[in-house]
Structure formats: structure tokens, C-alpha cells
Design a protein around this ligand. Structure first.
Ligand code: F0G
Length: 464
């Protein structure tokens, strides 16, 4: 790959003619360009995208709602996308065919009656982002950021990932005729996610480090080579992920829930949803702000510690360890944005144990929905927030399920076989999860054996 040169593509070439500007989240510096690491030229902090021309454009809530509803009847690719359907609130593209789309978004909002009984919160819903084209919420951001990568003339896109970002990036790069470079921690991501990146044609590097090490290297790489970085530091990603909130509120007929609960890893998603809510409020699309709460795994609890130990003033990084590998992140890049969101919406930040995650995942599975371990922290966290009185039983709650059950089959198999906690400190405590386990049963191929198994299952259920 050639060294960086003045002819390297410019990440923000198109931005200069566009409907948005970049703003630094720390010093407020405004610019029409961003450098390849998407950091403020003055102070080095993260950038966000703002839309100074919305006022002049005369965006009107009722018109927006009816435009978005009408687009659902259209068969054009951008209208079939649950992201680009809301393009009035996204960075503008000159023509619809510039969008690289896999018809992302359009994810269902499910009621969770079983989990509602468990938590004692009757109005409990799940927004299942795991039903996106590559099986995770990343697609909503990737369609926008990949589109802008191609518009800026890049041939190569790259990311550091715990698996889902890489799967999504590789798919959108392939659709957009770009090459993709994936940096993942060796041995610490699920094979399902890795296999997606391989199939979509990414150059996939398993680095002997953790996610944080991969991200650090990527940040240096993009300053040395003409490679467009697609981690959630890239503010175009967050603009796409913002549409989760728009679609959710549309599904709720624009009646805000009291609480939205998301898992926290690199903290891009919480930042994105937390950006959307005040924007929607300012435009008159919603009349109040839901509280946005972030839940982390106890072994990867940098935001929890940052808020509790440093009052949100500086990042308290951790050495991350959790079986919910998607959120195995010790130095979340967007911690400042997420801390601001919690403050602005009045949300909470909690942590949950490995046992609590495994239990919650099985309980969501028992709804016939299923999700990957990182998504299940939301239900586990909700239980804590109810206990603490932060979530009241009469309030409505939406859990954001970020990834598909099939993303991490090893976790699910080990759980049901009873191997997940074997030999570890949690082995004793995990015995309590036995009623939730449904291990496969190997039998002789006889009718008798199957009937006996049915009878046994009936008996066990009656005893529960
Ligand atoms: N849930 C899943 C399934 C994820 O894959 C991730 C992050 C998160 C939650 C946390 O979201 O980082 O926005 O706070 N996965 C990234 C990746 C880091 O590389 O796939 P976040």
C-alpha cells in the first residue's frame, strides 16, 4: 500500500458541499473537514456531526412523520432501507443511488411477556437489532459510513472489532466495491462473526492483542495509509445508528417510552441513540426524553468506574474480561459522549455479572427471540434497576438487543451443556441456572427412547 500522500482521498471532500458540519465534542471547534482519524485538529477529541441548516430547511415534525410513513409504500432501495428512509435527518447524499444499502433497519419491536413477568415490569419491549442483514445493529451505521467512504474516493476501509463491526463492514465494503481490512483480537471473537468477514472478502488480521490494542493500531494506520476508518469513532457511523431511535419511536406512535436500555462496549451505540433523542425533541417529533441507561459486563466496566470513581471527568480504563466478547473492551473510545448522554437524559449506568448475563440470555431465548450474550446485559441490568427503584413497575421499558443469537453459538452450547462456568469461580453459583438449561440428548433411534424422553420432560416441567 502506498505511503500517505497529498493525493490520498479526503474523508470529508463531499462534506464541504453538504448539509452538515463537524463539531468537536470537547472544544466545540467547527469544521467542514475531518482528518482520517476523525479527531479534532485543535484538541484531538472526538467529532460529531451537526446540522446547522435544519432551521432554515424548515423541517416540520408532522411533515417528516408523514414523509417517512409514505416512503414505506415505495420500492426504491433507499426507501426500503430502515436507515435511509429517515434521510432527512442524515448527512445528505447527492443522489439516492449513491447509498450502499442492504435494506438494513426495519427491525421488529417485540413485547416480552415472559421477561415482563420475571422483572415485574409489564410494559417491556425488545427492539431487536440482531435482525439486521449481517445480524447486528452495526449495519445501521455502516450503510451511512460506507457510503461516505466511497463518496470520498477510498478504495480501502478498515476497522478494529470484537466481531460484529468487522462482519458488517466487510459486507458493506463488498456491496460498495471497496476492499476491507479487519483487525480483530486473536482467539477472543466468535467464529460466526469471523466467518462472516472471511466470506465477504475482508483481509482479516487476527492480532495478538485485545480489542483496545487493535483500535490503537488502527488509529495509527489511518494516519499513515489511505484507509478509511469505520469504527464508531467515525461520526457517520453514529448518524446511521441514530435511526434506531427514529424507527423505535415511529413504532411506538411517537409516544416515548420511559426507559431505553442498551449494552455498553465502545459506547458508540449509546452515544448515537443519545444524540438522536434530543434532536428529535428539538424538532418536535417527541414531547419528552426517555432515560437512556447503559449496562456493562462487570469484567469490562470502564464506564461504570469512570462515573463512580472519577465523576465522569476522565476515563478509568480496565483490563477487560468477559464471555460476552462483543463488549470485551477496556478503553471505550466514546466514553465522553456516553457520559454526556447519561447526564442529558437522566439515565443510569450499571454492571452485571457473568452469571446474570447467562441467565438473562436464556430468559430472552425462552421468549422465542434469542440474542447474543452482550445483548442480554440489558435484561440483567433492568432487573438491577428495578431493584434499585430507578425503573418503576408502571413505567415502559425498551431493551435494545444488539446481536443475533446465532452470532455466538459456542456460548449457547456451553451454557446448555453446563460447561460455561466449569472449572471457574462461578461454577457453584451456576448450579442455580440448571432449570434454564436444555442440553441435547443423544438416544438410540427407537420410538420407545423418544417417548420416554417426552415423558421425562413432562415430569420435569410439572416439578418446576
Ligand atoms: N452488543 C453487540 C452485539 C456488539 O457487537 C457491541 C459492540 C455492543 C453491544 C456494544 O456497542 O460498542 O456501541 O457500545 N461491538 C463492537 C464490534 C465493538 O467491534 O463489533 P458499543
Amino acid at each position: 500500500m502506498p505511503p500517505p500522500s497529498t493525493s490520498a482521498p479526503d474523508v470529508s471532500r463531499k462534506a464541504r458541499q453538504a448539509n452538515f458540519r463537524f463539531r468537536c465534542i470537547a472544544c466545540g471547534d467547527l469544521s467542514d473537514c475531518a482528518s482520517q482519524d476523525f479527531r479534532c485538529a485543535r484538541c484531538g477529541d472526538l467529532l460529531e456531526i451537526i446540522y446547522p441548516y435544519w432551521k432554515e430547511a424548515g423541517l416540520e415534525a408532522q411533515n417528516l412523520k408523514s414523509t417517512w410513513r409514505q416512503r414505506r409504500l415505495s420500492q426504491s432501495a433507499v426507501d426500503l432501507s430502515g436507515v435511509w428512509r429517515f434521510r432527512d435527518l442524515l448527512p445528505a447524499i447527492a443522489s439516492d443511488d449513491q447509498a450502499i444499502t442492504l435494506r438494513e433497519g426495519n427491525t421488529p419491536l417485540y413485547e416480552l411477556p415472559h421477561c415482563a413477568r420475571i422483572t415485574g415490569v409489564p410494559r417491556l419491549f425488545a427492539k431487536h437489532q440482531g435482525l439486521n442483514p449481517t445480524g447486528s445493529f452495526k449495519d445501521a451505521g455502516m450503510t451511512v459510513a460506507a457510503t461516505f467512504a466511497r463518496l470520498a474516493g477510498f478504495r480501502w476501509v478498515a476497522c478494529a472489532s470484537t466481531g460484529n463491526t468487522s462482519a458488517s463492514m466487510a459486507a458493506y465494503a463488498a456491496r460498495g466495491n471497496m476492499r476491507s481490512l479487519v483487525l480483530v483480537p486473536e482467539g477472543k471473537i466468535s467464529w460466526s462473526k469471523l466467518s462472516q468477514a472471511l466470506d465477504y472478502g475482508a483481509v482479516t488480521c487476527q492480532l495478538r492483542t485485545d480489542f483496545d490494542g487493535c483500535l490503537k493500531l488502527l488509529q495509527e494506520l489511518v494516519l499513515r495509509a489511505p484507509v478509511y476508518q469505520l469504527n464508531s469513532i467515525n461520526p457517520f457511523r453514529l448518524e446511521g445508528q441514530k435511526t434506531l431511535a427514529l424507527e423505535l419511536l415511529e413504532q411506538l406512535d411517537w409516544q416515548p417510552p420511559d426507559h431505553i436500555i442498551v449494552p455498553g462496549g465502545n459506547l458508540g451505540n449509546s452515544s448515537a441513540i443519545g444524540k438522536a433523542l434530543p434532536e428529535m425533541h428539538a424538532l418536535g417529533l417527541i414531547s419528552s426524553l426517555p432515560k437512556l441507561s447503559v449496562i456493562q459486563a462487570e469484567g469490562a466496566n470502564a464506564l461504570v468506574r469512570t462515573l463512580r470513581e472519577a465523576g465522569g471527568k476522565h476515563l478509568v480504563g480496565v483490563h477487560a474480561e468477559t464471555r460476552a466478547t462483543a463488549i470485551r473492551i477496556g478503553n471505550p473510545a466514546s466514553w465522553k459522549k456516553a457520559a454526556h448522554v447519561l447526564q442529558a437524559t437522566g439515565g443510569a449506568c450499571e454492571q452485571v455479572t457473568e452469571i446474570e448475563i447467562a441467565q438473562a440470555k436464556a430468559e430472552i431465548g425462552a421468549e422465542g427471540i434469542g440474542c447474543e450474550p452482550a445483548s442480554a446485559v440489558t435484561l440483567a441490568g433492568l432487573k438491577k434497576l428495578v431493584q434499585q427503584g430507578f425503573v418503576k413497575r408502571e413505567e415502559s421499558v425498551v431493551l435494545v438487543l444488539t446481536g443475533n443469537l446465532l452470532k455466538d453459538p459456542d456460548f449457547t452450547m456451553e451454557f446448555h451443556r453446563g460447561d460455561l462456568f466449569k472449572g471457574g469461580g462461578d461454577e457453584g453459583a451456576s448450579a442455580a441456572l440448571k432449570p434454564l438449561r436444555h442440553p441435547p440428548i443423544v438416544l438410540d433411534a427407537t420410538l420407545d427412547a423418544v417417548i420416554r424422553t417426552l415423558e421425562q420432560a413432562e415430569k420435569e416441567q410439572a416439578e418446576e
